[in-house]
Design a binder for this molecule. Sequence first.
Ligand SMILES: Cc1cc2nc3c(=O)[nH]c(=O)nc-3n(C[C@H](O)[C@H](O)[C@H](O)COP(=O)(O)O)c2cc1C
Length: 198
Amino acid sequence: MGKYIIGITGASGSIYGMRLIEECLKAGHEVLLTITKSGKIVMKEEVDLDLDMSPDKVEEKLLKYFKVSRDVLKYYDIDYISGAIASGSFRTDGMIIAPCSMSTVSAIAHGSSNNLLERAADVILKEGRPMLLVPRETPLSVVHLENLLKLARIGVKIVPPMPSFYTHPESIDDIVNNTIGRILDQINIDHNLCKRWS
Ligand SMILES: Cc1cc2nc3c(=O)[nH]c(=O)nc-3n(C[C@H](O)[C@H](O)[C@H](O)COP(=O)(O)O)c2cc1C
């Protein structure tokens, strides 16, 4: 099965990252996870998950949360710059950043590599592997749009969380699943998360 890097940053919408991890694991894929410092702050605020602890404890907590073993979910601390995902020789099937802040969009567009998530994204680009961003901000400035355009032009899939309403969502879960379904479609993972137009 696939091996995907998932990054969670400090944009609003931690729930997208968490649901995505769940679905990738459910589909039998391996997840290599890293979370920025701001990502942890927003996660505490939005999904009530406090990860302000040592990397070992964070991993332990996440494994319990997703009810899986370390064989399928590995956590890499954002400052662990020598982590496997920082190297192009470590093979993966791609990277998804959900949600992706404008700060991280900018860092990737400019090749900053100032933390493990940014470095992993830089590696994905240099190795020509699939990358998908779920950028979240509103309104978007010209700077944001130019950075996103630059990335789209080099093949990065930009999948903002924009729910469709012809599916008649009835809950927040329906709205979140709609976006997660569109993300999974992009990486060819089967799912029944959203109604399809027929
Ligand atoms: C509650 C909260 C919500 C935020 N929402 C967004 C957002 O939707 N989009 C965004 O680009 N930044 C948002 N930010 C700001 C980012 O967290 C901030 O720019 C941070 O530096 C991003 O760092 P990172 O990219 O390393 O995660 C939010 C911050 C907080 C505290």
